[in-house]
Design a protein around this ligand. Sequence first.
Ligand SMILES: [Zn+2]
Length: 295
Amino acid sequence: MIGKLLDYFNSPDKNIRRRDVLKIIFLSALGSGLSSEASAKKITVYTASRANPIDDHIRDYLYKMRHFDSPHRDDIWIDRKVYQTFKSTVGRLKRLQEMVGHGNYHILGFDDALGLARHYPIIGEFSRKELDFLEELFYKDAKLYGFLGEKSLLRLTDRIEKGDVTYLAQQGNYLYRGRPLETFNKIRQQVGKTVTLTSGVRGIMKQFLLFLNKAYDNEGNLSLASRSLAPPGYSFHANGDFDVGQAGFGVWNFTDRFTTTDAYHSLCELGYLKLRYEIDNPFGVRFEPWHIRIT
Ligand SMILES: [Zn+2]
């Protein structure tokens, strides 16, 4: 397992530098995020040998990535002081999505979201505390809770222009015009309709909801959420990347089992699977064989 990560360390063409591996070592060594509350929970603790501290930290990191959906001893949790605000924000985002529809919600920007919430009593205006919470999460360095990828959006208010994207009604998702749409159309021509678009363009509000909902389902564990979903502002779905799946495979498309499908094998053979999050990647993210890198 360590070998693969060290490949990144040594490989000049992957644009991964020494500091990325050092970041992992630093963050794995942090271990200070364990609240007493967290320690009371059933948390898988990986006990590393003491032979080589650097190897141990990398091994610990890789263990976490392989067990991405379990809490770990150095995970960072949402502060209990803002937990109520976190909870009410998730509720408001869900009502917002219901109101605008799942398709439209994919490309909803921050300012438009605020306007809609203010206008429709069924959603209700975001409170000052909720706005501060969203803003802090967006501008906080995600490395603090273990996500090591690059930021894709610089401003909270960055928006997706409708003219830049195309809605694929059958897929229920948007794709950027140009390379992403051309790539998906080529895939469909070559592989057939067995390949579906499981997630296309995702703007900031969609990423907030996905990420916070994942954290909410896991009692506010930000680190756990970030192993499966890029934090708001860090998702390349805002810039052109998209997810593919096999028709009829449902939620299994977002698991390692996707690699057993005909769709996956065809995509590999045709060279379409340029993955952003490879197995044992150094970004603090689980293996995502379905996520196609465009940018
Ligand atoms: Zn993806």
